[in-house]
Ligand binder design. Structure first.
Ligand SMILES: *[C@@H]1O[C@H](CO)[C@@H](O)[C@H](O)[C@H]1NC(C)=O
Ligand SMILES: *[C@@H]1O[C@H](CO)[C@@H](O)[C@H](O)[C@H]1NC(C)=O
Ligand SMILES: *[C@@H]1O[C@H](CO)[C@@H](O)[C@H](O)[C@H]1NC(C)=O
Ligand SMILES: *[C@@H]1O[C@H](CO)[C@@H](O)[C@H](O)[C@H]1NC(C)=O
Ligand SMILES: *[C@@H]1O[C@H](CO)[C@@H](O)[C@H](O)[C@H]1NC(C)=O
Ligand SMILES: *[C@@H]1O[C@H](CO)[C@@H](O)[C@H](O)[C@H]1NC(C)=O
Ligand SMILES: *[C@@H]1O[C@H](CO)[C@@H](O)[C@H](O)[C@H]1NC(C)=O
Ligand SMILES: *[C@@H]1O[C@H](CO)[C@@H](O)[C@H](O)[C@H]1NC(C)=O
Ligand SMILES: *[C@@H]1O[C@H](CO)[C@@H](O)[C@H](O)[C@H]1NC(C)=O
Ligand SMILES: *[C@@H]1O[C@H](CO)[C@@H](O)[C@H](O)[C@H]1NC(C)=O
Length: 882
């Protein structure tokens, strides 16, 4: 019951309060005296309450003898700033640093609601109300909102219409005093500007001071990180020079993310950091006109406010912006999700299919005019492309068109003298052209094409003999070559870069000399074949390289010579290919072993052994006659000679040192047969093996040497070649025979001894024995037993040897004992395993002298339950083992 009553009571009281609020707002006042407010007479004073300091707190106004919170229906933040500005001034509190519109429903209090506004320059709130004829102050019994104001209190700027510039003054017991120039350095200025909410100090050095003569001043010494000037060390002086004026908030604006600097998100730079600018409170459409001019464009086309999904750091326009009508660059850090996009029109445009290419027009005044091509320079083209954010000029040209009716109004009659470094075309120094109307009409219009990167250079391959043309880029093996990159540009080329390799991992950079760089290469090898890419940069934009030019360099064998009819490619009659014709070379005076040496090298046939004249007794042959300038060290015959047509009775025969084919080496054993590609073969210990040396049929006869190189010894064996082959058999591989084997083929042909060597074959020992004895005892020292059931492994599977192998006897058991290093066999017997399993059945061709069981035997899978067991004499001493 009690609770119901209580809630009823609550509901009644709520209704009462609701009516009460309505009454206040609709009739404005319940107080009969204030029901018909007259023209304001009374705002004589202002104060800041409960701020903890004299110069900060809730803004209150005195009216009709009573102090109440100052209220307004005005929503424009700038208007509120001006009340605060006047209040701060009239209280001797400097200027306003911040205002907060604060709402507190629990702390409602009586208020004065005013409908006048201030210009901000008034000295009292009363003065504001007096300037408006129909101003009104209404009493409100309760109000939930108030204006919280913080004044700069002890510092101010005077003598300048700019809110963030002026002559510096600080408050003291003696009133406002100036600041000594001495000590008012950039650190102190930084604190000062920040405390005033004006950003950071600019480089400005000027004066706003009107004071004269020796005055009381204050000298400061700041660290730069203080938040109030008062925190800096200070002292009074009467003999110092007052600081010249200061100017704060030299901040920058830009538009980013659009296709040019004239459109995009509005960003500001403060304290070195770019952030989007937020429009809360102070940014009005008319301010954007100033933004457009500041970013180097002309008129505002459109502006819009967008919203991002998350908020991010922004610069918010500071309170000071409420005191100026123009776009203000006094900001403070905040975070917001809204961004402002501005679209300004450019002062330069290219009329064509693409914004980066077309007929150039500028807008120096109110209308677009075209530019006379006779006065347009490459530097001006550079500035044009830069201004449009279109990169670099690829070309520009004048275009005379008689149908184009140029009147004086339509042509830009100025002669621009761009240096090329200007940001905007209209920034270039220019003089009015003194040209006649006829000359004007003779003017061509200017056509400009810009591209993201500078135009490509030209890449070419240079070989000493000839300048290889653009598409033929062959370099012969062993020849020096060079790659030349050249760029023809009116601008200063800084460096030229050459890249090569599959992933352009090799890179060379050279300074450009006359727009050209020559990259020299050593004699060409296979590795030089590939794509080469060249680009360059200008000295004013070194981080951007041009569009590259590429070339594919092919490295070729110089195969314009051959030896025929000799039984091999390194011996025979010399033929030369010239003018697409293979013909023999005539034996003349200039042919000798020196020239033959070059030929053998070119054919990769070693050195020259002999060369001789072969006389053809019948009619003369069409041939080439050789004219030599060889010293014998050249890579190719045509590098040091030249040929002419000749009818000849003689030809040249050459024998090079590497006429024999390369022999092949292979190994085979009971379980291994290598092919000639294999260079490493593993053999089981004890297994005999055979090495074969063979050579393709070329010349009859000859012999093979097998050369062995082991870790401790080398030896060689020799056998005649039978049917171009020789076999070398070894009885059982042991450690001493591990090593490298190679075959050398010798033959006596063309009256000389020749040799030719195979690749090397490496034989290693597979320590795995393939047999073991199992006595069922687990030994800690891992040693192998010398008695027990015999197990045999082929591959991975260990199986017993079946006692059903009828050939098995003591001779075979001894072979196992010897293989295991267990001496000789004492006995061998059959043992029953109780259950059947897969075993090996043994088939033999052994005579008992072999060193491994599987060398002379073979096995088959067999199902059995009886296995072979044997007992050896025991472990042999280390000395006796070999
Ligand atoms: C609101 O006003 C009450 C009463 O004056 C005060 O205690 C409280 O701190 C105020 N709240 C805020 C957020 O200022
Ligand atoms: C202020 O209120 C008075 C009385 O209602 C009105 O005549 C006057 O136009 C108002 N002034 C402003 C600036 O709104
Ligand atoms: C300012 O920096 C100095 C050192 O550079 C430090 O000792 C001092 O405490 C800092 N003062 C403030 C207010 O952060
Ligand atoms: C900016 O204005 C131009 C001219 O009206 C228009 O072509 C362009 O699309 C606008 N750009 C943006 C980003 O709004
Ligand atoms: C322009 O040129 C004309 C003829 O060449 C000359 O008479 C005149 O003085 C020049 N005017 C100026 C401003 O140089
Ligand atoms: C580029 O080179 C030219 C000519 O050497 C020189 O005058 C100019 O200062 C250089 N520019 C830059 C940015 O280095
Ligand atoms: C065998 O040849 C290989 C490869 O050439 C080499 O690494 C190794 O040292 C040679 N072995 C001997 C014993 O010469
Ligand atoms: C010689 O080798 C060839 C092929 O390798 C073979 O056909 C020929 O029978 C062999 N002759 C002799 C005598 O072994
Ligand atoms: C090679 O000689 C050393 C020292 O004489 C010897 O220790 C080593 O066992 C020998 N190696 C072979 C495989 O014979
Ligand atoms: C070729 O070699 C054989 C065997 O080594 C030798 O007897 C003969 O004298 C050599 N002939 C020449 C021309 O060197």
């Amino acid at each position: 019951m009690l609770s119901i009553q209580h809630s009823l009571f609550l509901r009644c009281s709520l209704v009462v309060v609701w009516h009460f609020v309505l009454l206040i707002t609709e009739t404005s006042s319940l107080n009969p005296e204030e029901k018909h407010p007259q023209q304001s007479t009374a705002p004589v004073d202002a104060r800041l309450a409960e701020g903890g300091r004299l110069c900060s707190g809730r803004l209150e106004m005195k009216h009709q003898g009573g102090w109440r919170v100052m209220n307004t229906k005005e929503r424009d933040a700038a208007v509120k700033v001006r009340y605060a500005e006047v209040a701060c001034r009239q209280m001797g509190c400097g200027s306003v640093v911040s205002i907060t519109h604060s709402t507190n429903n629990t702390g409602q209090r009586p208020a004065w609601e005013v409908n006048f506004t201030c210009r901000g320059t008034e000295s009292t709130l009363k003065e504001c109300s007096n300037t408006i004829t129909q101003s009104r102050v209404q009493a409100k019994h309760t109000s939930s909102w108030s204006l919280e104001v913080i004044c700069s209190e002890s510092l101010r700027l005077v003598g300048s219409p700019n809110v963030c510039a002026g002559s510096v003054e600080v408050k003291s017991d003696q009133g406002w005093v100036s600041v000594c120039e001495d000590g008012f350095d950039t650190k102190a200025q930084k604190v000062f500007c920040r405390e005033l909410g004006c950003g950071s100090p600019t480089n400005f050095r000027g004066t706003f001071s009107t004071r004269e003569g020796p005055l009381l001043s204050k000298q400061f010494q700041c660290e730069g990180n203080e938040s109030h000037l008062q925190e800096c060390a200070s002292s009074f002086r009467t003999d110092c020079r007052p600081a010249s004026g200061i100017s704060c908030s030299d901040n920058d604006v830009r538009l980013v993310g659009g296709e040019s600097h004239c459109r995009g998100t509005l960003e500001g730079k403060y304290d070195g950091e770019w952030r989007p600018l937020n429009d809360r409170r102070f940014l009005k459409p008319e301010h954007f006109a100033e933004v457009c001019v500041q970013v180097g464009c002309t008129d505002v086309i459109s502006t819009s406010t967008g919203r991002l999904s998350t908020s991010r750091p922004v610069w918010e326009l500071s309170i000071r912006c409420g005191r100026t009508d123009s776009f203000c660059k006094s900001w403070r850090g905040s975070s917001s999700s809204s961004v402002i996009t501005v679209n300004c029109s450019e002062a330069v445009r290219l009329k064509g299919n693409h914004r980066c290419s077309g007929v150039l027009e500028v807008k120096p005044g109110l209308s677009w005019v075209s530019v006379c091509s006779s006065f347009f320079t490459p530097e001006a083209a550079l500035v044009t492309c830069r201004e449009l954010d279109c990169g670099f000029p690829h070309n520009h040209y004048g275009w005379s068109n008689n149908h184009y009716d140029f009147s004086r109004e339509l042509i830009w009659d100025r002669d621009s003298k761009c240096e090329g470094s200007e940001k905007r075309l209209l920034d270039c120094p220019s003089t009015t052209l003194n040209i006649t109307k006829e000359e004007i009409s003779a003017c061509g219009i200017t056509y400009v094409t810009c591209m993201e990167r500078p135009p490509p250079p030209r890449i070419r391959v240079y070989v000493p003999q000839e300048l290889v043309s653009y598409d033929s880029t062959e370099v012969f093996k062993g020849h020096h070559f060079a790659i030349i990159c050249s760029a023809y540009s009116p601008y200063n080329i800084l460096s030229i870069r050459l890249k090569s390799g599959v992933n352009t991992e090799h890179q060379h950079i050279q300074s450009a000399v006359d727009g050209k760089a020559i990259f020299m290469f050593p004699p060409a090898e296979e590795a030089h074949r590939g794509t080469y890419q060249c680009d360059y940069n200008y000295n004013f934009s070194s981080e951007i390289f041009s569009v590259p030019d590429t070339i594919f360099v092919d490295v070729k064998e110089n195969n314009n010579v051959r030896l025929v009819n000799g039984g091999g490619r390194c011996v025979g009659r010399l033929e030369v290919k010239h003018e697409e014709k293979w013909q023999p070379l005539s034996h003349q005076h200039s042919w000798s072993l020196t020239e033959a040496a070059v030929l053998c090298r070119q054919l990769n046939c070693g050195s020259a052994v002999s060369t001789s004249k072969v006389v053809t007794l019948t009619e003369p042959l069409p041939a080439w006659r050789f004219y030599s300038d060889c010293d014998g060290s050249e890579r190719a015959l045509m590098d040091c000679g030249t040929v002419r047509k000749w009818l000849s009775f003689s030809t040249v025969e050459v024998v090079c040192s590497e006429i024999l084919l390369r022999p092949k080496i292979a190994v085979f054993s009971t379980d291994v047969h290598s092919n000639d590609q294999e260079q490493e073969v593993q053999l089981f210990k004890g297994h005999s093996f055979t090495i074969s040396c063979s050579v393709g049929p070329q010349y009859p006869g000859g012999h093979f040497s097998l050369i062995f190189t082991g870790p401790n010894q080398t030896h060689s064996l020799t056998q005649p070649a039978v049917n171009h082959t020789a076999y070398f058999t070894y009885s059982g591989l042991d450690k001493a025979r591990q090593g490298n084997y190679s075959c050398i083929y010798h033959n006596f042909v063309f009256n000389h001894n020749f040799t030719s060597e195979s690749q090397s074959l490496s034989l290693t020992l597979n320590d795995f024995e393939g047999v073991l004895l199992d006595d069922g005892v687990l030994r800690e020292d891992d040693s192998e037993p010398c008695a027990g059931k015999l197990l045999l492994s082929l591959g991975d599977e260990w199986r017993h040897l079946s006692a059903e192998s009828t050939v098995w006897d003591l001779k075979h058991a001894s072979l196992v004992c010897r293989q295991l290093g267990c001496g000789s066999a004492v006995s061998t017997k059959e043992i029953n395993l109780l259950k059947k399993e897969y075993m090996w059945r043994f088939f033999s061709d052994c005579d008992g002298s072999e060193s491994a069981l599987l060398e002379c035997g073979s096995v088959k899978l067999w199902i059995s339950s009886s296995a072979v067991e044997l007992v050896c004499t025991g472990h042999q001493s280390a000395a006796g083992k070999n």
